[in-house]
Design a protein around this ligand. Sequence first.
Ligand code: PLP
Length: 394
Amino acid sequence: VQSRRPSPPAAPPDAETLQRRAAADPGVIGFGGGLPADVLFPRAALTAAFVRAVQRPAAAALQYGWPEGLEGLRTQIAERLRRRGAAVAPEEVLVTNGAQQALAIALQILCRAGARVGVDPETYPGALDVFTARGLVAAPLDGDVRALYLMPALSNPRGHGMDDLARARARARRLPIIEDDAYADLRFEGPAGRPLLADDRERVFHVGTFSKTLCPGLRVGYLVPPPRHKARALRWKRSADLQPNTLAQTIVEDFLGHQDFDARIVKLRRYYGRKAARLLEALRRELPRWEIDEPEGGFAVWCYPDEERPELDFLARAVDEGVSFDPGSMFRGNGAVTPLAVRLCHSSVDEARIEEGVRRLARAWRRLAGPGARGPRARPASPGPGRTNAPLRR
Ligand SMILES: Cc1ncc(COP(=O)(O)O)c(C=O)c1O
């Protein structure tokens, strides 16, 4: 006999489910994810670098290597940092599996479970993932913390650099600082400036990557730890995965040796700057009451809609309309969903689809908030204090 019991109602989809659904549908214009533009991957030059790497004498690119990475690549990284004012020697650089691993190593060295780490009110979700995995607590920068996690050159998600005063204040805390430099080369108006590393070799763990300027698929990043922590960092790296990927390192080293990387960076800055301008213009036209934080660089624009609404409802409506975004709670240490905020990435959206994406977003917003709805906002005027002690979501 067949049971006629009704099935329980399906749970509403969470943000990741909605985002995966959106990403799998080519009809959806994806402002989420923070991916570099795939049209800018230098495929021909990477193919040539790959072929040369595989053909190198003694098959070095296919062999095991040392945990710190290839000397040639470390020399190029050190040289690029030296040009920005940081006197770094190649032997002080550790190549890692992306900036993400560099971050994980630095946090492993600095913090025991339960430690509080000072972060911006909105910060990089991948860092929050490491915090969660290690039992660390995201706390306000000015609180009682064990270390600071900062993006002095250019922040994710807001796309701002720290000015001299903010840098001086951070250094005056005399705490270990993890300097995430991932977006440093992507300031619209000029080259990467002086890193914090240049002024403090004792306390700064400098984290960098080729993910944003070359391609993330190779997973080549690096860590410059304070000299006294280098041996520990190396031991950690060896125990985690023996060494960085030799083939990927050889490709990046070869690419840097054969291509004009500085010219490439100028091209990237112009390209992303143009797309950011286009996104800002469309947002001001279609959603004039939203508060928009104009970025100085990077892949994204951070916005506050003009009403408080449940962010998952907004994302679900947006996906129905054929557009997606990153909900603001992803960037908050405690996963707070208010004040309602969204990160819109122009980086991987076709230039010609940006306006249409914003039109869809505006339609979704009107459907949710109503055409003329106004209401009090819970948002403080400034980014506001980071919230602590609540359970971390990501
Ligand atoms: C601020 C920041 N740091 C680090 C990373 C991780 O970079 P990687 O791909 O090198 O691991 C990202 C990637 O989005 C990022 O936005």
